[in-house]
Design a protein around this ligand. Sequence first.
Ligand SMILES: [Fe+2]
Length: 297
Amino acid sequence: MEYSTDDILARLAPPPGAAADWTIPQAWRDYTRAEHAMWDRLFARQAAMLPGRVVPAFLEGLDLLGLSEPGIPDFDALSERLRKLTGWTVVAVPGLIPEEIFFGHLANRRFVAGRFIRKPEQSDYLEEPDIFHDVFGHVPLLAHPVFADYMQAYGEGGLRAMRFGAIHKLARLYWYTVEFGLIRDDSDLKLYGAGIVSSHGESRFALDDPSPNRLGFDLKRVLKTRYRIDDYQQTYFVIDSFDDLLRQTLEIDFAPLYRELESAPDIDIDSILPGDRVITRGTQAHAKSRLMGERHA
Ligand SMILES: [Fe+2]
């Protein structure tokens, strides 16, 4: 599809009240007491769930950034702490933003976060990421130097992928690492993906449930694998370390890879292939039961 310059500018035009880079003031003073209390409830629930399940670097990040202080974090204070550790900052945006703007922020070590917090009836399911997902889920690992470098590399890779029309392939890498990644920790598996660690249900499901496949991370494989946005994942990919993830992402030459993937078929969300490093062969009972429920509905 071809876009005129006007189309592109219109598509990239920020909504009223937002700056040219789509950032908005967090307006921290405007949060109500009920909104701060919602954060505290979600925080307490995950703080009780995660020790022993999440990668230790996540808990260290919470600590270093003072995220366990009560109430919704103030982005200015949070950014000041984070900048000293890894040079990242956190900026507020009004919900979903265009890809090129998103990648541009990441490439410049700015993490974009929604400023709104979910309503009490949305404690367990959210259609659009809120500040709890964005800040509690994503920001602690930005205090980890190697993960911080990976996030910047992802932003730079996104800007390059746009030129190859390969965004939807690269988005799978973000999905299966930054959002829903598992990591090996000695002989155990641990959580690190923000979509898991900010979800009460999935932080149990992803590690303990016999349903999902758990496969060793393989970059090319991940770029070919579909994912689901409406329920827990049917396959999780397990990295060996953040160093290994960063190395694999920096070493690969994406240009020929994107060309190769253009003609390669996508892999289904629950497939296990001959070359996969299988850690758990999932029963897929959860997905099957949901499907039965839908058929009976
Ligand atoms: Fe996220």
